[in-house]
Design a protein around this ligand. Structure first.
Ligand code: SF4
Length: 381
């Protein structure tokens, strides 16, 4: 398939793996955080880790929007569906994430709540159009990639004069999360999480561009390479990071030039800033409270803001204490460090969000890596 097969070519993969083995300094160790769950899955699915020398390590980051949503917001969504009797529209993965006391949207639906899986924001609008007597809420989650479609839905709802459509907004921002990780005690003071560079997000960068990452490269002196999601993209990006580390450079480089530009998608950015504004703080699962890391709906569109339309009660939300998702999302632990991994917690019976989402680290380990140990490069030759 054009534009896919070229990025999965075995011979090219061996060539890049050879270059990585040659250029990785055996006196050094390299720790690269992949922010996106999409990169984590590409690494596991295509065995990228197996092609790395022993001194190149991947640290899994918090770049899975389903995984980072705090339980309190999920509990709010369950409340919207159960107590306020709305039609709650959501993307598929969110339905299975357990909230407090393992209560998920799927369980709420089984108990009679009207929860519907949609593929796009426009599906939710269609449901609102077809059910004028019912309130329809779109449970909006995601990073900068999924924010523009939510803005489109709100704009369209306003243009069509919808009175029964609103959005429960949980859109979060990548740059703020990366800053928070780099400023965390585990990275800065304790040295528990070592990060020598970042594989930068690809789809997010297609919207916001590579320019916002200049700040980290400069301020924290960490190289960033915007990487595509195919295995050769990831490997080439690792090679670019190794070269930066070896040359003591800390720049933003763009491996994913076929999609990402420096300025990003200006039209999408304008649309998003017309509809949304920054929240002062937002709680992330794993990262805690992160300043200016999420969006809320502007007052001009308050009629479409579910948080204003419905009174949500303050709840005592609770994480499952033995679930290590929060530590995994900070790069402090790996899924296999969790004693529930593969025993109590599996994709069929997920205990935490990282096992539910198709981009979650636990799901990646379970699906592609649970029987494997990383091998030295020689095994791949
Ligand atoms: S294996 Fe399950 S319980 Fe353990 S950290 Fe992952 S999602 Fe949480």
């Amino acid at each position: 398939m054009k534009y896919v097969d070229e990025y999965r070519d075995q011979e090219l993969a061996k060539t890049i793996a050879g270059a990585i083995a040659t250029e990785a300094d055996s006196e050094k160790s390299y720790h690269f955080m992949e922010f996106c769950g999409g990169h984590t899955h590409a690494m596991f699915r295509y065995g990228v880790q197996d092609l790395m020398p022993q001194n190149v390590h991947f640290v899994h980051g918090p770049g899975c929007p389903v995984c980072v949503l705090p339980i309190c917001r999920l509990d709010d969504a369950v409340e919207l569906a159960e107590r306020h009797g709305v039609i709650l529209c959501t993307y598929g993965d969110m339905m299975r994430v357990p909230g407090t006391k393992h209560r998920s949207l799927m369980r709420a639906k089984a108990d009679g709540a009207d929860v519907r899986m949609v593929y796009s924001t426009l599906d939710a609008l269609k449901i609102a159009r077809e059910n004028p007597e019912r309130q329809v809420v779109f449970f909006a989650i995601g990073f900068e990639t999924t924010t523009p479609p939510t803005a489109v839905a709100i704009k369209r709802a306003e243009a069509e004069g919808f009175k029964n459509f609103s959005v429960f907004c949980n859109h979060v921002l990548t740059p703020a999360a990366i800053s928070h990780i780099l400023e965390s005690p585990e990275v800065r003071e304790l040295g528990i999480v070592k990060i020598d560079g970042f594989l930068g997000p690809s789809h997010v960068s297609s919207v916001i561009g590579s320019q916002p990452f200049e700040f980290f490269a400069e301020e924290f002196q960490k190289p960033v390479v915007i990487a595509g999601f195919e295995p050769l993209d990831v490997m080439q990006s690792v090679l670019m990071l190794i070269r930066q580390v070896n040359e003591d450079r800390h720049e933003v480089e763009n491996e994913y030039t076929r999609v990402v530009t420096e300025e990003g998608n200006l039209k999408a950015q304008a649309l998003v800033s017309a509809v949304f504004e920054l929240r002062k703080t937002f709680d992330w699962r794993g990262l805690g409270t992160v300043p200016y890391s999420a969006l809320r709906i502007r007052d001009a569109y308050a009629d479409f803001d579910a948080e204003k339309r419905f009174e949500l009660s303050v709840k005592a939300s609770r994480e499952v204490t033995s679930c290590e998702c929060p530590s995994i999302l900070r790069g402090v632990k790996k899924p296999t460090d969790c004693k529930l991994f593969g025993t109590v917690c599996t994709p069929q019976n997920p205990i935490g969000s990282c096992m539910v989402s198709s981009e979650g680290a636990c799901a990646a380990y379970w699906t592609y890596g649970r029987f494997r140990e990383p091998k030295p490069l020689e095994a791949a030759k």
